[in-house]
Design a protein around this ligand. Structure first.
Ligand code: GUN
Length: 305
């Protein structure tokens, strides 16, 4: 069997298209546009790329974009002061502080200073608790994107078994909670787990967010399983020339695609969905803050295609 390739670019375009249309309609109706504020502290190269892309895509969706780049040694009270001003700013509907933060800043304190209604990352303890108890709340972007793509292949998660590899607060834990909320049978493995290959072979759905290039081998995969690879690892690629690198996921893609039923490539799988879902969350936050109805297709982790 050769797996169907899950085209994250096409899914992301479908989400962006829906967001763009709805933003245009809301602008015509209210004269206002959703505003997304992104805060970057320091000069992490990867974070700078992500932040630029978030601002650019927000503008392309018809939103207002506010980017705040702060020096690496910004004191915590200054950062918290900026967040409080953004909480009070009526032009701002979504606030995102790019992670990781420099070590002197307490990320939990910073995130929990963002108003939960504007926390478009879904990282505030209040949103985490709401999602954990199955209530409507802002859902973290990467797991939301994974759920939308999984919905395309599974209209019903009941009776299905999933393994999530990785238990980060950004991906693994919220991913497991969303699958559980959909009545999937969910296992979570992480760096202290000793039997991951055996657990993986039970899984109809395998979501891998471990940050270990090529961790998942073909013989870990149940034939026909849906495999979502969240990993983005930059590895040396001397075959492309001296000093060259390439991106690979956490799944050994070439072997895994011979066994899986459907699989995301890296790049071009989960990656493009993260920012598309950030735009969807910003639109939802705008609607909630203005007492407007939210597009249910964007809310319920539906298949956007
Ligand atoms: N760093 C890596 N991924 C993310 C994300 O989804 N949101 C934020 N704020 N920072 C990140």
């Amino acid at each position: 069997m050769t797996a169907e390739l899950i085209d994250g670019k096409a899914f992301a375009e479908a989400v962006r298209h829906r967001v763009r249309d709805r933003v245009a309609a809301l602008h015509a109706q209210t004269g206002q546009a959703p505003g997304l504020a992104v805060v970057l502290v320091g000069h992490d190269a990867a974070s700078e790329v992500y932040v630029r892309s978030k601002g650019k895509q927000a503008v392309q969706a018809g939103m207002k974009s506010f980017t705040h780049c702060l020096p690496v040694d910004t004191p915590e009270d200054e950062l918290l002061g900026l967040i409080r001003r953004l909480n009070d700013d009526p032009l701002v509907h979504g606030i995102l502080v790019q992670l990781p933060l420099p070590a002197h800043l307490d990320a939990r304190q910073v995130i929990n200073t963002i108003s939960p209604a504007k926390d478009v990352d879904g990282f505030h303890t209040s949103n985490v608790g709401m999602v954990g108890t199955g209530q409507d709340a802002i859902v973290p972007c990467t797991p939301l994107g994974c759920m939308m793509m999984l919905r395309h292949y599974h209209d019903d998660f009941r009776g299905k078994t999933a393994l999530v590899i990785g238990h980060s607060n950004i991906v693994g834990k919220p991913m497991a909670r969303l699958l559980l909320n959909a009545d999937c049978t969910v296992m979570v493995a992480h760096k202290s787990s000793t039997n991951i290959p055996e657990l993986a072979r039970l899984a109809d759905i395998l979501v891998v967010a471990a940050g270990v290039p090529g961790l998942v081998k073909a013989d870990w995969i149940k034939p026909g399983a849906t495999v979502i690879d969240v990993g983005i690892n930059r590895i040396p690629a001397p075959e492309l020339g001296e000093g060259k690198h390439r991106l690979v996921g956490d799944v050994d893609f070439e072997s895994a695609r011979q066994v899986a039923g459907a699989i995301t490539p890296v790049p071009g799988g989960v990656g493009p969905m993260t920012i598309a879902c950030l735009l969807a969350n910003t639109l939802s936050a705008f609607c909630h803050l203005h007492d407007l109805s939210v597009d249910p297709l964007l809310l319920d982790e539906q298949d956007p295609t």
